[in-house]
Design a protein around this ligand. Sequence first.
Ligand code: MTE
Ligand code: MOS
Length: 774
Amino acid sequence: MSADLLHESAIGHVTGGAVYIDDLPHPEHLLVGKIVCSPHAHARIASYDLAAARAVPGVLAVLSAADIPGANQVGPVVHDEVLLATDEVTFIGQAVFIIAAETEDQCRTAERAIRVTYEPLPAIVDLRSAMATGALLGPPRRIVNGDPVAAIRKAPHRLAGELETGAQEHWYLETQAALCTPGEGPRMNVFSSTQHPSETQALVAEVLGWPRNAVEVEVRRLGGGFGGKETQANHTACWAAVLAHATGRPVKIRLFRDDDMIMTGKRHRFLSHYEAGFDGDGLLLGVTIELNSDGGATTDLSFAILERAMLHADNCYHVPAFSVTGSVWKTNLPSNTAFRGFGGPQGMAVIETIVDRVARELGRDPAEVRRKNFYREAPCATTHYGQVVEDNHLSVIHDRILATSSYRERRAAVAAFNARHEFVKRGIALTPVKFGISFTTTFLNQAGALVHIYTDGSVLVSHGGVEMGQGLYTKIRGIAAAELGIDPALVRVGATNTARVPNTSATAASSGADLNGMAVKNAIDAIKARMADALAGKFSQQAGGEATRPVDLAFAGGMITDGKHPDRSMTFGAAVQWLYLQRISLSAAGFFSPEGIGWDREAGRGRPFLYYAFGIAVSEVTIDLLTGAHTLDRVDILHDVGDSLNPMIDRGQIEGGFVQGMGWVTTEEILWDARGTLLTHSPDTYKIPTAGDVPADLRVALLEGVPNPRVIRNSKAVGEPPFMLALSVWLAIKDALSAIAGHAVEPLFSLPATRERIVLEAERLRTLARSERQ
Ligand code: MTE
Ligand code: MOS
C-alpha cells in the first residue's frame, strides 16, 4: 500500500515547523500558570497563608484545594489522587498551590510570599521498607497453572534468586503542557499534551464541576509520551483549567524539565523473587515468580501495569507448572505510571534471568536453552493464563537470526577473544520477545473515527488516537488513502479532538493503529457503500445492458471502476462532485471493537490478547573491566510486524524502542535520597542514550510474509514490543562479566547494569577467579 509514506511531520520536526502547545500563537490576555510543590515526602499541612502572595503585582490567582470548584480528584482508575493537597502531602513534588500571573517572574515572587507550615511525618521512600511495613496499594494478585511448588521439588535441578529492576524517566522532549481558554458560559477549550484526550476532558469537567460536553480537548501532537502522558498529563490540564476558570483568562502551563522530572511518576521499579526447577537439558519444569512493584503514593495505573508484568512473566517460554504473584507497594514518591512495555519489561527480565542462569548452571548455550523452552505445538502452546499462542513465529525467527547474525561463529570468536584478554571481555546474548496486543482491561479496546470527503475530493480524517512521534497519523493517512484508492496527498489527518470523536481510549498498549485504523476503515466503508449504490445506478443507466452491481465497484488508482465492465468508470474527484449534487452524504462516523478477547481478572484465565507480536535480538558487547564502560558492538534484530503499514516507520519504532530499552538496562539510573528527594532530576545526572550511543552496527530486519489477518491491512502493532529486545544488551554484559570466572560463577547482577555495577562485579569476580587459581 502506502509503503514508506514519509512521516507526515518529518520535515516539521527538523525545521521547527511542527507546532507543539508551547508554539501555539498566544491568545490575548494569556497568563502563566505555576505549581507550588511539597518539599516533604510526608507531612501534615498545619497552616498556610496566601494573602501576601495574592497581593503580588501581576498575580491574578493563588489557589489551594479549597478553591477547586468541582471535585478535588484526578485518580484515573481508583479515586485516591487529589489535584491539590488538602491537609497532608505524601511525596516531594506534590502540588499544593497553583498560581496564575502575567509573567513567570511574578509567579516566582508569589511563590516566595506563600507562608506554609508543615509538620513532617515518617516517610517510606524505598521498596524494601514498604514491603517490611506491609504498605500495599491494593490486594495482591495471583495467576497459577498446575502445581509449581511440587514440580520444582521433584525437578533434577533447582535455582532461586532475587532480581531488582530500576525505575526509568520518560524523558519526552516536550514536558507536560496545557493551554486552557475559558469560553462563553460553562465552556473550556483545552490544548493538552495528553495521550488520553477523553480522560483529560472527563477530569477537567469533574474538577470544574461541569458536564463533559462543556469541555473540548484538542491534541495535534506530543513531543513524545512513552506512557508518561497516559494519565499524568491530566494534572497539568486540570491545574491550567482551574486557573483559567478562576481568572476568566487563558492560562498556559509548561513544566520546566527539572520540575517535570521531580513531579511526575516513572517506570515502576520492581523487586522480584523466583524459584525454578529444570531438567538436565535445561527444560523448565516449574517456576514461581513473586513480583513487587513500587507504586508510589497513589494507585494510578499500577494494577494494570502489574497485570501486564504477570502476563509477560513467561515471555516466550512454556512452563508446565507456573505461578506468578504480584503486589503493588505504597511509597512516599510520585505515583509511578505507564512506560513503554507497561510492566512487560519488568516481568520478562525475571524469566530471562532464570533461563540465563539455567544455561550457565548446565554449561549450555543460552540461545539453545531458550529455543528448547519456546512455546510450540500443543500441549506446549498454552500460557499460564490459558491463552493459546497462535501464529507463533518464534522458531522461524530464531532459525533465521541465528544464521543472519552468525551467532554460533561469533560466540566462538567471543570465547577466543576472552581467552586472550584479561581486562577486556566480550559477551553475546540472544533474547526473544512475545508481547500481547490489546488492553487487558477489555472494554478499552474500542475506537472511533470521523471521515469527511469534501466536494473538491480532498479528505479529512479524524480519529481518537494521539500522534506522539510514533507515526500514527502517517499510518492512518496511508490506510485512508488505500481504502479510498486515492493519492495520500488528498488525505489530511486532523488534530485529535474530543468534539469530533468522543469517548476514546488512551493511545497506548501499542494498539493505536490497530484500533483507530479499523475505525477509519469502518467510516470509509460506510461512505463507499453509499457512493457505490449511487454510482452503480448511474453506470447502469448510462450503459444499458447488464446492470452494474455496487459490489463490483473498485476504488483504486484515483478511479471508481466497475470490475466487470472496466469501461464504466469515473475519477474519484468527478464522482464526489456528482454525488454531492445527488444529495448523497460524503461523511461518516466509524467505530471498531475487536471480537474474541476476554479476560477474567479474578480467575486469572482467558484470552486477554487478540494476538502476539514476536521478535528476537542478538547483541554483542565489549566491557572494560577497569572502568566498567561498555560498547555495544553489533545488534541484529528480526521483528514481526505482520504486513507492515509503513516499513520505514516500523523500523524507526524498532530502533527507537530498542535504544530506549538499552537506556533502561544500562545507563539510566534513578536515585532518591533518604528523604525522598530525587537526586537524578536533570540531564546532567540522568543519562539517557543519545544518537552517539546507537550501536554503530545495528541491523534491523522485518519478518516477511507473515500477514496478520486479525488486524487492519494484515498489520501488527509495533510501538512497545521492541523495547524488550534490549534485554539482550543487558544479558550480553552479564555474559561478558561471567567470562571473568570462566562462566562458572553466577554474576551478581541487577538492572540497570551501570558502570559502577559492572566495575564492582568485575572486581569481585576477578578476586574470586584469582583465589580459585591459587
Ligand atoms: N514512539 C515515539 N516516537 N514516541 C512515543 O511517545 N510511545 C510508545 C510507542 N512509540 C512513543 C513511541 C508507546 S509507550 C506506545 S504505547 C505506542 O508508541 C503508542 O502508539 P501506537 O499505539 O500508535 O503504537
Ligand atoms: Mo504505552 S506505555 O502503552 O503509552
